[in-house]
Design a protein. Structure first.
Length: 266
């Protein structure tokens, strides 16, 4: 996850709504009327362009295709899945382990866990919601989902305190203690993997990226769907800004990761 401030910056739909609302009073006053009309017209043009053209698809596709679905090796030492699919806020109230649109992360993780029964398993995610006298965490939701999908939740190591992808990498490394020559698979949304792999590689922990939760498929048809496409644009803006932000913070050693071996270095 990015911090709340960056999440706000990448919420394009909220910015468009805010600027449209701002344009209304500006267009009423004589001294700012031209500014208001220009601003409102620009926002309507942006809505029209994003709603009509598949800009989010064009921008998302390079991220999702940066790491292709790999040929899996015969031997895997460990599998990591990053949180972000879980809804602890809903589980805290309803008692049901609810998931969001990133649910493929956990589905892919469970499938790999069955394929490699001897592999060490790690779930990394620290978001929590206070409820009564305790907290419901992403890990609580994930463990309940694993049990319902037939994977023994006790087989999984849970990293419960990370707040972002950089902490996912650092705290998972401390928990898993990977050794030289081991092969670890990293499961996350395809659009998120460039940033996630970059964070892991910066720690000297090469991983085999396993992309799931794709948002792009066949080239989209020409249609006017501003709400859906604004949502997609928010996703891709978040990831692109995240790559830049992580580099500026020194959490990654480059803007994009390499595509080399997945064997852990000393």
């Amino acid at each position: 996850m990015l911090g709340p401030f960056l999440a706000i910056l990448t919420d394009l739909s909220s910015w468009i709504f805010f600027l449209l609302v701002l344009a209304l009073p500006l267009s009423w006053w004589q001294f700012t009327r031209r500014i208001g009309i220009v601003l409102g017209s620009m926002m309507l043009l942006v809505i029209g362009a994003i709603g009509l053209l598949p800009l989010h698809d064009w921008m998302m596709r390079p991220l999702e295709e940066y790491f292709p679905v790999p040929e899996l090796p015969a031997q895997v030492d460990g599998i990591i899945v990053l949180g972000g699919a879980e809804r602890p806020d809903i589980m805290a109230v309803r008692g049901w382990p609810e998931l969001n649109g990133n649910a493929d992360r956990l589905i892919g993780f469970v499938a790999l866990a069955r394929q490699y029964p001897a592999a060490k398993l790690v779930f990394s995610g620290g978001a929590a919601v206070p409820h009564l006298d305790r907290e419901v965490t992403e890990a609580d939701v994930a463990a309940a989902v694993f049990a319902k999908l037939g994977l023994d939740p006790e087989r999984v190591l849970y990293e419960r305190t990370s707040r972002n992808t950089a902490e996912n990498a650092r705290l998972s490394h401390a928990l898993a203690q990977p050794r030289q020559g081991q092969v670890w698979i990293l499961v996350s949304s395809a659009r998120h993997l460039p940033r996630a792999v970059n964070a892991f590689e910066t720690l000297g922990w090469p991983v085999l990226p396993y992309p799931v939760d794709f948002l792009t498929g066949n080239p989209p048809e020409l249609e006017f769907s501003p709400l859906r496409r604004l949502s997609g644009f928010n996703f891709v803006a978040r990831e692109m800004l995240g790559l830049l932000w992580y580099r500026l913070q020194g959490w990654t050693s480059g803007l994009l990761p390499g595509r080399g071996t997945a064997e852990t270095k000393p």
